[in-house]
Design a protein around this ligand. Structure first.
Ligand code: ATP
Ligand code: MG
Length: 211
């Protein structure tokens, strides 16, 4: 699959399969920048060496194709994140992935860099792929801008109402159907997901790993 100026959200509990799916989706894209807080993706997407300033400069004028992950400076995480987002926006033509998006998005406020990506990124031919364990803390703005959602297992009954609300906001007109989908997501087996895309019936899938 190649993405087409899409915003893709991937949610689910720890170990549910989110990062594995990200590697499947992004792996086929020509140019990838990945904010990888935990260093989960080093083998596929090498960590960009150099200072934050060098990282930002490289992303602002990248080669034609690239696969970089960025570890953020823990002392200046928000500033570093915003600067990378702005550089990516300036360059355009890439898939920009954000692991642990709840570090940059909250119910009341998104970091400005993230806002630029979801409000304007598509005009610069940018795909945004964001991942989170804690969907309930992500801003409504980000979820309402998301075109395609992969919901992995989220086995916390307290999240059901929030999940149902967000499924409703994606266009499911019947609250009872949204609630049923939320219950399904709660009980999904590991590595399985419900795929919801605006204007489409939900479908199901499982992420696989080569043995
Ligand atoms: N279909 C599968 N069968 C067996 N193992 C799998 C499968 N999919 C993923 N895994 C493995 O399960 C582990 C957890 O998957 P992954 O890292 O994708 O989860 P995650 O949702 O990103 O978790 P976290 O929230 O902790 O980052 C990984 O070691 C991965 O290789
Ligand atoms: Mg992960």
């Amino acid at each position: 699959m190649t993405l087409q100026n899409l915003i893709v959200g991937i949610s689910g509990e720890k170990g549910a399969g989110k990062s594995t799916l990200l590697q499947r989706l992004a792996g086929e894209e020509p140019s990838i920048a990945l904010i990888d807080t935990l260093g989960e993706h080093e083998t596929l997407f090498p960590v960009f060496p150099g200072s934050p300033r060098e990282q930002v400069l490289a992303l602002a004028e990248p080669p034609e194709t690239f696969r970089w992950s960025f570890l953020l400076d823990p002392d200046h995480e928000a500033k570093h994140f915003n600067a990378l987002c702005r550089a990516a926006y300036r360059s355009g033509d890439m898939t920009f992935c954000v692991e642990e998006a709840d570090r940059y998005s909250s119910a009341v406020k998104d970091l400005p860099g993230l806002k630029i990506m979801y409000d304007y990124g598509r005009h610069r031919r940018i795909n945004l792929v964001w991942l989170t364990r804690n969907l309930a803390t992500i801003s409504r703005k980000l979820t309402s801008q998301t075109d395609v959602f992969y919901f992995f297992r989220q086995n916390e009954p307290k999240y059901v109402k929030d999940l149902a609300d967000r499924i409703g906001a994606m266009g499911e007109p019947y609250p009872a159907v949204a609630e049923q989908l939320a219950q399904e997501i709660l009980n999904l087996p590991k590595y399985s997901y419900v795929l919801a895309a605006k204007g489409h019936q939900p479908s199901r899938g499982t992420v696989t790993v080569e043995s």
